[in-house]
Design a protein around this ligand. Structure first.
Ligand code: GLC
Ligand code: CA
Length: 535
């Protein structure tokens, strides 16, 4: 029945390998651990998994500092384990996306080590952005790292190298043909091993302009790029298009080449999704032109409030934007870089929002643990690992809270995640959140996701566009009600703390919380709840 490609309306489950399941008791999740849980993954009803990096890495930035992109870090296993994981996933009819990190390498990558030795003016240094200091000894420009502090670090002979992130993550120079060639090798390497595609890290950052020019307002720019930093929207929107290292036209040439590589795998239906934070939003559509990538992340919901007006604006905006290029949006409520949705907007709210989003057209990305309603971990400062915490000298706590290991079973932490001591602490208070507990509770978040994903596949995927029924611009009967119809399903979300009665009839498919009362062509939607009705 499904004629469009698998990824068009897929649900893609993001696994943070270090936190999924530890198979050997060293306290860190690993590839054999993931493989052993793929039946569970399959039971959720997702179509694919995306794994954050598991490549050789000194792990200064959670593996996004890659020292060898074509090998597995021993903490996660080895290449045979990767192959085994991919094969088992395929047997279960799950696709596998791996992360590719083309903006930078680790300073432990052999290229960077060679560049340090080879010295100024060498071919080895030309693969990165090495420049001499200004005459007054300052770095080549005044850019600020996205992790805080200067984006230049000086090496022994006095030259500086550029790093948009941590000093252990030197940016690659994409004007250098070696870089291009090496990434083609890496793409083919994973595709040949069986991967079905890629999540492209910092996809908008590869090409830099004016590397030797100061930005007129580097601090403003750095603040504008931080979503958690309050800023006058006008100022933010004026600053964002001036970023000299993001969303430059040159990146699209790279993705055209990559698309040709993907297409050369023919019926394998290889796909790639770009992590591209761009402004204005219309620029995102360029990444999904027919000869470029398949999807681009839409991060709007990661920091949206639980507010009907705002959610309507963001959702309808994303749908309209992507429609203008005959594409579908992607949706994400959590990932490894942002606070978990259950902590950010509340447990019951996150259920309602998830059920609403899972009915929308497009692909849904679900961050492992989200299906358990997992909150952020409480991380003692001495356990923190995120370079953001260190580079800002503790001013920003960083992203470790979202990266806590999953609770699987048992009554006490670490809840079966490891037989050893977990790399980040799990909370004792999670004992009702384990997979084991939730499997046996029909009203658990886990079973809500399972039901919703099954029903989504049955009734919604490839089943037409959204027609809004209740929204701030459709004469909604309540400021706290959003509803749309898609195919034969109507989806209602009541954001208020009191029930709402609407005039509609149909068979109840699923509800995120509470008890639904329906008779005489009327349905009462419980407080803070979403329901799907079938007509
Ligand atoms: C992306 C990743 C993030 C990482 C950064 C640098 O934003 O999602 O985790 O720190 O790139 O590679
Ligand atoms: Ca392990």
């Amino acid at each position: 029945m499904k004629s469009s490609p698998w990824w068009k309306e897929a649900t893609i489950y993001q696994i943070y390998p270090r936190s999924y399941f530890d198979s050997n008791g060293d306290g860190e999740g690993d590839l054999p651990g993931i493989t052993s849980k793929l039946e569970y993954v399959k039971s959720l009803g997702v179509d694919a998994i995306w794994l954050s990096p598991f490549y050789t890495s000194p792990n200064k930035d959670g593996g996004y500092d890659v020292a060898n992109p074509r090998d597995v870090d021993p903490r996660f296993g080895n290449l045979a384990d990767a192959k085994q994981m991919i094969d088992v996933a395929h047997e279960l009819d799950l696709r596998v996306l791996v992360d590719i990190v083309p903006n930078h390498f680790s300073d432990q990558h052999v290229w960077f080590q060679e560049a340090l030795k080879a010295g100024r003016g060498s071919l080895e240094r030309a693969r990165f952005h090495f420049y001499d200091a200004n005459t007054d000894g300052t770095p080549p420009n005044n850019w600020i790292s996205l992790f805080g502090g200067p984006s230049w670090t000086q090496v022994e002979d006095g030259q500086f190298y550029l790093h948009l992130f941590d000093s252990s993550q030197p940016d690659l120079n994409w004007d250098n043909p070696d870089v291009d060639e090496d990434f083609e090798k890496t793409l083919r390497f994973w595709l040949d091993l069986g991967a079905d595609g890629f999540r492209i890290d910092v996809a908008h950052g590869l090409v830099k302009e004016d590397v030797l020019k100061d930005h007129p307002d580097p601090q403003g720019l750095s603040d504008a790029l931080r979503l958690d930093m309050p800023m006058d929207p006008e100022r933010r929107y004026a600053l964002l298009p001036t970023v000299p290292y993001f969303d430059r036209q040159g990146v699209h040439e790279i993705y055209r080449k990559w698309r040709a590589i993907f297409n050369s795998y023919g019926s394998r239906d290889v796909m790639a999704v770009a992590e591209a934070w761009v402004h204005p939003p219309v620029n995102a559509t360029r990444y999904v032109r027919p000869d470029e990538l398949h999807q681009v992340f839409n991060f709007d919901l990661l920091d949206a409030s639980f507010n009907a007006e705002q959610l309507y604006r963001l959702m309808s905006g994303a749908l309209d934007l992507m429609k203008s290029v005959e594409a579908l949006p992607t949706w994400a409520l959590s990932n490894h870089d942002s606070p978990r949705v259950a902590s950010r907007i509340g447990e019951i709210e996150s259920r309602a929002l998830a059920l609403f989003v899972l009915a929308l057209p497009g692909s849904c990305y679900v961050f492992a643990g989200q299906e358990l309603g997992l909150p952020d971990g409480v991380i003692p400062d001495e356990s923190r690992q995120d370079p953001i915490y260190f580079r800002t000298k503790g001013a920003q706590k960083g992203r470790d809270g979202a990266r806590v290991p999953l609770p699987w079973n048992g009554e006490t932490a670490p809840f079966g995640f490891t037989s050893g001591s977990p790399w980040l602490p799990l909370q004792d208070s999670w004992k009702e959140l384990t997979v084991e507990k939730q499997e046996s509770d029909p009203k658990s978040v886990l079973n809500l996701y399972r039901n919703a994903l099954n029903l989504r596949a049955e009734h919604l995927v490839n089943n037409g566009e959204v027609e809004w029924i209740e929204s701030p611009t459709h004469g909604s009967k309540s400021e706290s009600l959003l509803a749309f119809k898609r195919g034969n399903v109507s989806v209602y979300m009541n954001l208020a703390n009191s029930p709402v009665e609407v005039q509609v009839s149909g068979k109840l498919l699923v509800v995120s919380a509470g008890t639904v009362d329906g008779r005489d062509g009327k349905v009462t939607i419980p407080p803070v709840s979403t329901l799907w009705l079938h007509h």
